[in-house]
Design a protein around this ligand. Sequence first.
Ligand SMILES: Nc1ncnc2c1ncn2[C@@H]1O[C@H](COP(=O)(O)OP(=O)(O)OP(=O)(O)O)[C@@H](O)[C@H]1O
Length: 486
Amino acid sequence: MASKRVRVGPVLDVEVGWPVLLAVTWLWLTWKTLRLVGRVAWWAVRNPAKTVVLTVGLAVWARWGLPGLAVAGVVGVGVPVAVLLVVARDRFTRRLADGARSVWRRWVVYAPRWRRLMSRHGLFVRDDGTEELAALREVRCTGVVDRLRVGIPTGLAPADFEQAAEALAHAVKAEDCRVRVSRPGEVWVDLLRRDPLRETVPPLPVPRVVDLRGVPVGCREDGELWRLRLLGTHVLIAGATGAGKGSVLWSLIRGLAPAIRSGLVELWVIDPKGGMELSFGEPLFTRFADTSPADFADLLDQAVEGMNARAARLKGKTRQHTPTPGDPFRLIIIDELASLTALVGDRRVAVRIDDALGHLLTKGRAVGYTVVGALQDPSKDVIPYRNLFPTRVALRLDEPTQVDMVLGDGARDRGAYCDRIPHALPGVGYVKLDGVREPFRVRAAYLTDEDIRALAAEYAPGRALTPADIPPALPAGFEGPPAEAA
Ligand SMILES: Nc1ncnc2c1ncn2[C@@H]1O[C@H](COP(=O)(O)OP(=O)(O)OP(=O)(O)O)[C@@H](O)[C@H]1O
């Protein structure tokens, strides 16, 4: 039988017969086929919904041919669309509009100018005469923001995109541009087309059920609901005078109102400004101190006592306290942290306050004692506490250097321009969550004195629920994402 010379690499140069060649070819084809089958099976396992649709489609086609497939398509798409239009019309039409907008802006706005955008902003690498651009992988648009998922070419880093952010925003006529790392090798470039934070956010509807993992407080710059986590964290709110710290505190209290009334949440409040800011809501507070530093120290000492007793009770049983009316979540609100820690004249009282605060901040999170502290001047005196607040909100600040003092090193470089927030936008600020690299911009809802009085009258602890207390549904655009995973 004929044979063939086969050369494998520089060494092996052999003469093989046709049976061997046929056997090798057969083995190779079998391997390729098995691999293809394996890949299809793996795709089917990972995409069960698409697999079912494809299988049903193929079965219909085999049984009734193309006309049958067309009818099935109309029914299969038409019926779910009709159901969604009835059940969740607003959300569905918004999603549909967002989907159409995403396709349009990807192919008409971004794809044609992508090469120029990337090369003019230095978002490419050159290697051996070839150029690799950052890759546009996905575009998701809403009414206010275009989110671009971009692949980072080898040799660049998210910081390169952060540096180019301001220029990119100008290039596409966006109000602002933010860069977030989505996963290694990829960033989300958020281009803000309209700023939803320009308008005052009205008081949000009081939630029916309070979720301490995400209390609604205001609006995020992407138009979604801003929720602030209280469970297992402490929150620092810093801002120059008139920046709107009060609106964050009051929106938070409003978001907790039903749980305050039912006794699941207790507010222990210190207002060193003599009750100027918080005394309106006194009926809502279980403890309120607004006169002397000695009172503040007493309140904090009692909180520490309660916290220690609870910690001893829970030891070995659970790692996170679950609030009940007999054993509530205690929120310690301090309106001006610096007055407590730095400006107290009596040295012994200052030490007591300092000790108690240190204990609460280090041990309180797991046992349902959360501190929310507001701060006007992020001076060095309060910096030791800063790191004990995993969640930080910085509203308008006077100096660029104060931004990193509050939010942590590098926050301003990542876009938290608190010093540029106009005086005309009180309640606007940036939030930094522990473990999340990028800050995001928000605006707290604004409650008038009347709103606060009405809230205090309706939700004072112990008052029974009436049907009129059930709040309306959230307005369109406020469904928001799930609770923040801080
Ligand atoms: N979220 C908001 N939306 C719209 N306007 C607001 C908002 N928050 C505050 N304002 C306006 O700004 C004014 C100052 O707000 P606020 O007293 O809350 O600031 P602050 O940071 O607590 O100041 P200070 O530290 O001096 O007490 C309010 O009287 C109100 O008119």
